[in-house]
Design a protein around this ligand. Structure first.
Ligand SMILES: [Mg+2]
Length: 230
């Protein structure tokens, strides 16, 4: 048994985006497509660079605000990210609405093909499964399209509803409440070192980082989801 699934672990919670769910096509590809429809050719590489920069600025904004969030804040975050990423594209408000809507649909996403088996194996061991996401209410309509994630639904924690986002301890306190066990009995699996791993461990949870990059880390790490239960 892998060290992170030690006998005390009674619940496993997954991050959503980048861990179980992946934009398909990628965000830069669909942003470039929306720009093209508005009459502007942008390369996916340019879009990616701008997107990463805009995203980072919003992370810094949230950090300064003490990681407080809400549906309104999430809407505003994405409106600013789209307007900065697609700066110079006409009707950027229309582009934002198209993208906001796009990512609310299951057709915009794919699920890790190992998810079904991993979730099943955890259930066989009597481990509760759930999700802890920095997304917003759109996560529910996305989940509607993926029956393989249905076992997580009852214990899904969405930051915009909690009022605090990862890595805030308040967010992980809600995960702990929903998991109905002690913090150290919960394993949190996510792809973001700060938001998932450090956030979870600071709140007393056990964590494992999903990272295929082979970057050196002094943390528990998985190359892929399947390794969680292998
Ligand atoms: Mg993630």
């Amino acid at each position: 048994m892998p060290i992170w699934l030690h006998p005390e672990i009674r619940a496993v919670f997954f991050d959503a985006v980048g861990t179980l769910l992946f934009p398909n096509p990628s965000a830069p590809t669909i942003y470039a497509e929306v720009a093209r429809r508005a009459g502007v050719e942008l390369s996916s590489a340019d879009v990616r660079t701008r997107f990463v920069e805009a995203f980072r600025k919003q992370e810094a904004f949230d950090r300064a605000a003490g990681w407080v969030t809400s549906e309104a804040r999430e809407h505003d975050r994405w409106r600013v990210i789209v307007s900065e990423t697609l700066a110079g594209v006409p009707d950027v408000d229309g582009c934002f609405l198209a993208l906001y809507e796009h990512f609310s649909k299951p057709t915009a996403w794919k699920v890790d093909p190992c998810a079904t088996e991993v979730i099943q194996r955890l259930a066989e061991r009597g481990i509760r499964v759930g999700m802890g996401s920095n997304y917003d209410a759109r996560l529910w309509s996305v989940l509607d399209g993926f029956p393989q994630l249905a076992p997580l639904r009852e214990r899904t924690v969405v930051s915009a509803t909690v009022g605090f986002r990862k890595p805030a301890t308040e967010f992980f306190r809600e995960v702990t409440r929903v998991a109905e066990c002690a913090p150290n009995q919960i394993l949190f699996v996510g792809d973001d070192l700060d938001n998932d791993y450090h956030g979870a461990t600071a709140a007393g949870l056990t964590a494992v980082l999903l990272d295929a990059s082979n970057r050196p880390h002094s943390v528990n790490r998985l190359n892929n989801l399947r390794e969680l239960t292998d």
